[in-house]
Design a protein around this ligand. Structure first.
Ligand code: 5GP
Length: 114
């Protein structure tokens, strides 16, 4: 069972901000911005580069949830805005093998990212 499956199962507590049939969104335990939310599919896909055509609905649900969370938090504006990040593999900083989208906001986010 992945760490995020244990959060989905409520075995590990998390600050959950959104849930629907396919996805869960909760605050990152080590936030990298004033707003740092993780959005995960309930059915595990290990990482984005291993997603299959059958995962299409799950992948779409992640982005729809990201938008819903941004609207819910009041950051879905062109002036404030937010950034979505998916890390695949060690060099990208992936630490949990359960696909997750980082939603970062609440401060200016430099570009290009580090
Ligand atoms: P990755 O580095 O794999 O892209 O992202 C994993 C994220 O999970 C990290 O940002 C890390 O802070 C977060 N994380 C790790 N353990 C926990 C936990 O137990 N609870 C929550 N809410 N976030 C966690």
């Amino acid at each position: 069972m992945t760490l995020f499956e244990r959060i989905i199962a409520r075995e590990i507590p998390a600050d959950i901000v959104y849930e629907d049939a396919d996805t869960l969104a909760f605050r990152d335990i080590t936030p990298q911005a004033p707003i740092h939310i993780l959005i995960v599919p309930k059915r595990v896909i290990p990482r984005v580069g291993e997603a299959l055509p059958d995962d299409q609905a799950q992948l779409g649900a992640l982005l729809l949830t990201a938008g819903a969370v941004a609207r819910q938090l009041g950051i879905c504006t062109t002036s404030q805005g937010f950034r979505l990040v998916i890390n695949h593999g060690k060099d990208a900083g992936e630490t949990v093998p359960h696909l997750h989208v980082h939603l970062l906001a609440g401060r200016p986010l430099s570009w290009p990212p580090g």
